[in-house]
Design a binder for this molecule. Structure first.
Ligand code: NAD
Ligand code: UFG
Length: 338
């Protein structure tokens, strides 16, 4: 378990995971094309941990460059974050998502096979549950895609199941993330969206810091405790630690297994807003507008399987998510550009 390849390691979840890997003594090699990230994130990971990372600015679709990385290192496993994640963009440009996410993963898997590395931790998403019929959502719920981004995640999950059928040496832990939020407690790394954020938490932080005027709350008439959408927000550091548990699990040759990474608790948009106002000690203006197409009312995880099999459970709550998120945003109002 001493050397791990992290694709997309300069990104939001990847950089937080690199910290946890380095803290636990794992050698980290990162491949990232920096299409949605900044090298400063990895420099800060190095300064937080006092350890170094081997970095390759490589696109996972580049067969020759990927091969060179695998020739240069002997990996125990790959943690695969690299991918595009903007739902709206995926609807407008599906081929971009099929190419980057699906073809990119195919190249990665081919390279792994060539070098006989059969252990993978994959960043899947709660989006693979489509519009769930009920909550909490267990891993056995029916799977469906409601947009091309979600389809790319489902296809990759299927690819991994097919590989395992063809050759039982393949192991993959499919980590289905719910709604990542927050930042490292140092305030040195965090989420740094390149454009106007699509997701709630970075949007709220940018209103709080004065970059955006007000939050549009998508729908105030859902069948929830206050009418706004309910989600399972999970602290990115808890999420990052889940990857270490997944690496441990790979040792038992588990085959291809999905696990939910969430808290099992649902908070509404207004709950998150109120908690963020407390953390930032300011009022955050908002307006309730129409529902956003494709949104479901309530989504939260059943995490009992993850707890039982991986020995993992979230320990950080809404105060840490908003407090740490605000520390990052207020200390770096322009993200890594500062
Ligand atoms: P992110 O955009 O911050 O990180 C992804 C990283 O991958 C970026 O550094 C980007 O530059 C890199 N990348 C993209 N395409 C690449 C390519 N072809 N070659 C090399 N590098 C490439 O996103 P994140 O929030 O850290 O998400 C990480 C993973 O988790 C993604 O696969 C995403 O789909 C998944 N996920 C994220 C969320 C979320 O809400 N953040 C929820 C569920 C699943
Ligand atoms: N919301 C607003 N205003 C905003 C943004 C979001 O009211 O400006 C609301 C949404 O309507 C929803 C909640 O805040 O009720 C959360 O929305 P996000 O966009 O932050 O997250 P989603 O649950 O829609 O989706 C996210 C990722 C998906 C991923 C899913 C599950 O964007 O890719 O979590 O992991 F699949």
């Amino acid at each position: 378990m001493n050397k791990v390849l992290v694709t997309g390691g300069a990104g939001y979840i990847g950089s937080h995971t690199c910290i946890e890997l380095l803290h636990s003594g794992v050698d980290v090699v990162v491949v990232d094309n920096l299409s949605n990230s900044n090298l400063k994130a990895l420099e800060r990971v190095e300064s937080i941990t006092g350890k170094s990372i081997t970095f390759y600015e490589v696109d996972i679709r580049n067969v020759e460059e990927m091969d060179k990385v695998f020739v240069a290192h002997s990996f125990y496993a790959v943690i695969h974050f690299a991918g595009l994640k903007a739902v709206g963009e995926s609807v407008a440009q599906p081929l971009k998502y099929f190419d980057n996410n699906i073809y990119g993963t195919q190249v990665l898997l081919q390279t792994m096979k060539k070098h006989e590395i059969f252990n993978l931790v994959f960043s899947s998403s709660a989006t693979v549950y489509g519009e769930p019929a009920s909550v909490p959502i267990t891993e056995g719920f029916p799977l469906s895609a409601v947009n091309p981004y979600g389809r790319s995640k489902l296809v990759i999950e299927d690819m991994l199941r097919d590989l395992n059928v063809s050759d039982s040496r393949w192991n993959a832990i499919l980590l289905r993330y719910f709604n990542p939020a927050g930042a490292h407690v140092s305030g040195l790394i965090g989420e740094d969206p390149q454009d106007i954020p699509n997701n709630l938490m970075p949007y709220i932080s940018q209103v709080a810091v004065g970059k955006l005027e007000y939050l549009s709350v998508y729908g105030g008439d859902y069948d929830t405790h206050d009418g706004t959408g309910v989600r399972d927000y999970i602290h990115v550091v808890d999420l990052a630690k889940g990857h270490l548990c997944a690496l441990e699990k790979l040792k038992s040759n588990p085959g291809v297994v999905p696990y939910n990474l969430g808290t099992g608790i649902g908070y509404s948009v207004l709950d998150m807003l109120a908690a963020f106002e407390q953390a930032a000690e300011c009022k955050i203006p908002y307006q309730i507008v129409d529902r956003r197409a494709g949104d479901t009312a309530i989504c939260y995880a059943d995490v009992s399987l993850t707890k039982a099999d991986l020995g993992w459970q979230a320990v950080l709550g809404i105060e840490e998510m908003t407090g740490d998120g605000w520390r990052w945003q207020s200390q770096n109002p322009k993200g890594y550009e500062d």
